[in-house]
Design a protein around this ligand. Structure first.
Ligand SMILES: NC(=O)c1ccc[n+]([C@@H]2O[C@H](COP(=O)([O-])OP(=O)(O)OC[C@H]3O[C@@H](n4cnc5c(N)ncnc54)[C@H](O)[C@@H]3O)[C@@H](O)[C@H]2O)c1
Length: 356
């Protein structure tokens, strides 16, 4: 299905130099899409630099609307995946204004460019599972749960959701050309993430320097999944929207199976088992910033209507991730292509609809 839709299509990916973006560009290139990326300069090491995917790369700030409009004018995308964001909760406490500027006004600038570019048909806006008002009850969020957000990152993504809904109702639906959805995924893991203040990158950095990583919130529960899982959901959405299937506009959760949510401690222990150099200790902060203790997604809608489902369990995702970093640091190899091959084989074996 993906091959038929993406082959030869002009696809714009914002945030292509980031963790998810680099994997998405790699997958899209395999599908024969002509890809253009727009993002800020990379901080090395960067998965995108190591991969060197066949992708036109434009470096710029999505807050600069004129520069973004130029990219749209010159590339004339047909499908747009918007991933560019400031995605780190703790950074958002230090730099709330920049977080709201990039995550809200950056998204509005992008929506405006889509509206003014006649080639655009299908738009997938990536927000987050943190966009829900979280009373910490552990009840899984469905897509109709109230939006909210304690920290500036979560609040900015909830605000971006509202901006998208407004553009959809005010412009995209009445004009009938653009089909747009938002995607809310949980914590993703996988090789090639070196972002600060994330569990696995923090453990990997510490292991590479012979240090012991410190766990701030070992009991926090998160919907961990391999980065390829939400990407298969985003690609599915991009494809059905391109086929003008109006029923797929709206919001979609992508997360692990209900029995597959793990605490930070469980993930850290499993990573250590796979690569013993990844050591950790639990250390509470003196003045901790609020981070939600529980976050669980209800993904029944994506299962039912998109027939999307996870391909790998959390255990398999952790094993793949540890193996990726181990082979990168021990032998300089990139397992990205192997991981994608293996993921596609497993998905095919499970008969998932997007593989047909
Ligand atoms: N990684 C996760 O666990 C996770 C979970 C849920 C949602 N998300 C969402 O997925 C998306 C991608 O996340 P990621 O983990 O790949 O993040 P990342 O930090 O690895 O990548 C972010 C990308 O956005 C770009 N960017 C940031 N500010 C920009 C600006 N002002 N102008 C242009 N580009 C800019 C960066 O250059 C980079 O390419 C984000 O929208 C994030 O909120 C991520």
């Amino acid at each position: 299905m993906f091959d038929r839709v993406y082959s030869g299509r002009r696809v714009l990916v914002t945030g292509h130099t980031g963790f998810k973006g680099s994997w998405l560009v790699c997958w899209l290139s395999r599908l024969g899409a002509e890809v253009c990326g727009a993002a800020l300069p990379m901080e090395e090491p960067a998965h995108y630099t190591l991969l060197r995917p066949p992708c036109k790369s434009v470096i710029g700030d999505i807050r600069e609307s004129a520069a973004l409009a130029r990219i749209f004018r010159e590339f004339q995308p047909e499908i747009v995946f918007h991933l560019a964001a400031r995605p780190i909760v703790r950074l958002s406490y230090r730099e709330p204004v920049e977080t709201f500027e990039v995550n809200v006004m950056g998204t509005v600038n992008l929506l405006e460019c889509c509206r003014k570019t006649p080639s655009v048909k299908s738009v997938v806006i990536v927000t987050t599972d943190k966009c829900y008002e979280n009373p910490d009850t552990g009840v899984p969020f469905t897509e109709s749960a109230p939006l909210g957000g304690h920290d500036p990152y979560s609040g900015s993504k909830a605000a971006a959701e509202i901006a998208v809904a407004s553009y959809r109702r005010s412009f995209f639906e009445p004009e009938g050309r653009i089909f747009c959805a938002t995607a809310r995924a949980g914590n993703v893991i996988g090789g090639g993430d070196w972002a600060p203040d994330r569990l696995i990158p923090d453990m990997v950095r510490a292991a590479a320097q012979g240090r012991t990583a410190q766990l701030r919130n070992p009991d926090a529960i998160r919907p961990w999944q391999h980065v390829l899982e939400p990407l298969s959901g985003y690609l599915q959405l991009g494809a059905v929207l391109f086929q003008e299937k109006r029923e797929f506009t709206g919001s979609w959760n992508f997360g692990p199976d209900p029995g597959d949510v793990l605490t930070v401690r469980q993930v850290a222990e499993a990573m250590h088992e796979e690569w013993e150099q990844m050591r950790f200790e639990e250390k509470a902060e003196a003045a901790p910033l609020h981070e939600a203790p529980r976050l669980v997604l209800d993904c029944a809608k994506a299962r039912r209507e998109l027939t999307w489902r996870p391909v790998w369990s959390s255990a398999e995702a952790i094993e793949r991730t540890a193996r990726w970093y181990r082979s990168f640091y021990e032998s300089g190899c990139l397992d990205t292509a192997d991981d994608l091959d293996s993921y596609l084989r497993t998905a095919q074996g499970k008969g998932l609809s997007w593989t047909k």
